[in-house]
Write a protein that binds this ligand. Structure first.
Ligand code: PMP
Length: 307
């Protein structure tokens, strides 16, 4: 495996790709204790600049995740954000990127209740489309989305990801591109790495943050773009499975996944299988927002290189 980047970051220090290691007896490896973030940066040919998207908001969620799963260490959003951008500059990356921050409990002989010592790794890696296809055939999973009674779905705890993984493997085995999971009581929650929106009876709708979803930053961007750029109201309300079958448009969204339309749910076609009108408008607005062309007042798109 030839890594395409030279450096990763460990606790703020540059380390060679091959040296970014964790001990096999660490709590993280034994018990899945850790949290992470995934974000993107977008290259603009026009500006000859790389823009990192909503870095501070991701770092804020990383710190929330640490608090919820009780991992030690006070962290500063500004310091973490500057470390990540510094890593991108050190690797001299100019192109679309996926960036990661991963927080591990790096004890020498881990116990499940360990809260430290903590190691923070960061990486920035070139990345194109997340889904091979545009237009997803989606299966409603037989796995329920984990519930806040047992695990914290709203934060990015690495242990949560077994849930989406099993749903994704089931969907792939059955010939689908992606899975959507329902809550324990049957409401639409989200996918393995993406939130979901639908357009039905002329209304844009998405599940509330209390229906076992990760509080997605792309979801938040879509809410803002719909309301403030397109002038479209959004209903944040519980969604039933059968509403999806009768929806006019459905799309999923995430930092890695971006905004991708759903062509069918359980083989029931959605619209004519192509991206619907509102989905296309939101995709366009999002592509503009990530390079600071719309919603510029939000300061979401941050230049990586000196201007
Ligand atoms: N749900 C889950 C389970 C995820 O892992 C992700 C990806 N972080 C999302 C939703 C989308 O969140 P965001 O837009 O913040 O990337």
């Amino acid at each position: 495996f030839e890594p395409s980047v030279r450096y990763l970051l460990r606790d703020g220090e540059l380390v060679e790709y091959a040296d970014a290691k964790l001990h096999v007896l660490s709590t993280t490896l034994k018990y899945g204790v850790g949290v992470f973030e995934g974000f993107r940066a977008y290259w603009s040919d026009e500006d000859q600049q790389l823009y990192a998207f909503r870095v501070a908001d991701h770092m804020r969620r990383l710190i929330d995740s640490m608090r919820v799963v009780e991992i030690d260490g006070s962290r500063d959003i500004g310091v973490l954000s500057e470390q990540l951008l510094g890593l991108v500059r050190a690797n001299e990356l100019r192109g679309n990127l996926h960036m990661r921050a991963q927080v591990f409990v790096d004890s020498s002989d881990g116990k499940p209740e360990d809260t430290g010592p903590v190691s923070v790794f960061m990486a920035a890696i070139p990345m194109g489309n997340y889904f091979g296809a545009s237009g997803l055939d989606v299966q409603i999973s037989s796995w329920a989305r984990l519930s806040d009674r047992s695990m914290p779905p709203r934060v990015k705890s690495i242990a949560n990801y077994q849930n989406g993984r099993l749903a994704m493997l089931e969907a792939r085995r059955n010939g689908y591109d992606a899975a959507l999971l329902l809550t324990e009581d049957g409401h639409v929650a989200e996918g393995a790495g993406y939130n979901v929106f639908m357009v039905r009876q002329g209304r844009l709708c998405t599940p509330p943050a209390t229906d076992s979803i990760l509080e997605g930053i792309t979801r938040d961007s879509v809410l803002h773009l719909a309301r403030n750029v397109l002038g479209v109201d959004v209903d944040i309300r519980p969604i039933d499975r059968t509403e999806l079958y009768s929806a006019d448009e459905i799309f999923v969204c995430g930092s890695a996944a971006e905004i991708n339309h759903v062509s069918s749910v359980d083989r029931t076609p959605i619209g004519d299988g192509t991206a619907g009108e509102l989905t296309r408008q939101l995709q366009h607005a999002y592509r503009q927002a990530v390079v600071g062309r719309v919603a510029a007042d939000q300061q979401w798109a941050q230049p990586v290189y000196p201007t």
